[in-house]
Design a protein around this ligand. Structure first.
Ligand code: HEC
Length: 152
């Protein structure tokens, strides 16, 4: 009888602990789901956060133009709204051919060299230009892969 009591207590303990286990993991999941929901609701910049051109930018442009597109004074011009970001054709040409010599961007003179990025695919070039044109204060329509293809 003693042994029976011992086992039944053991089993009850087991059962209740596994129930608690389930409960707490369910709660945890609910917490996770609700925090995901609220974070996507609070997301102020959903476009640039998930933009396919962001990865291209981080890999090929960030070292010079910086993560926030502010550039480096006197060396790398900023990507905030200017004559280049505003002009699709100028930007496509810049990606394919690079740019060197004196240019003025928002009143600042730069006389440096940007290498060509023609090794990127039409899609990657379209994505990165579209990313720049929708970030750093720019709010312009995207560039398509066909537009890049036509300019090559
Ligand atoms: C090695 C450094 C370097 C890299 C990498 C680079 N750039 Fe540039 N970029 C420059 C320089 C320097 C200039 C100005 C060239 C001049 O002085 O004639 C420039 C100019 C520009 C301009 C025109 C001026 C402006 O500020 O709007 C744009 C747009 C631009 N770059 C975008 C990009 C994008 C997008 C990438 C990535 C695909 C990129 N750059 C990669 C150095 C770089």
């Amino acid at each position: 009888m003693k042994q029976f009591t011992f086992y039944s207590i053991f089993i009850i303990a087991l059962l209740s602990s596994s129930c608690n286990g389930n409960d707490s993991s369910n709660n945890h999941q609910n917490e996770l789901e609700s925090s995901e929901k609220s974070s996507s609701l609070n997301d102020a910049e959903p476009v640039s956060q998930s933009h396919p051109g962001k990865a291209v930018y981080q890999k090929y442009c960030l070292t010079c133009h910086q993560a926030d597109g502010s550039g480096v004074p006197g060396m790398f011009p900023p990507l905030s709204p200017n004559d280049w970001t505003a002009d699709k054709e100028k930007m496509i040409e810049l990606m394919l051919n690079g740019q060197s010599g004196k240019i003025t961007v928002n009143g600042e003179v730069y006389n440096n060299l940007m290498p060509a990025h023609d090794f990127l695919s039409d899609q990657e070039i379209a994505d990165v230009i579209s990313y720049v044109r929708s970030s750093f204060g720019n709010d312009l329509e995207p560039v398509s892969k066909e537009e890049v293809e036509a300019a090559r």
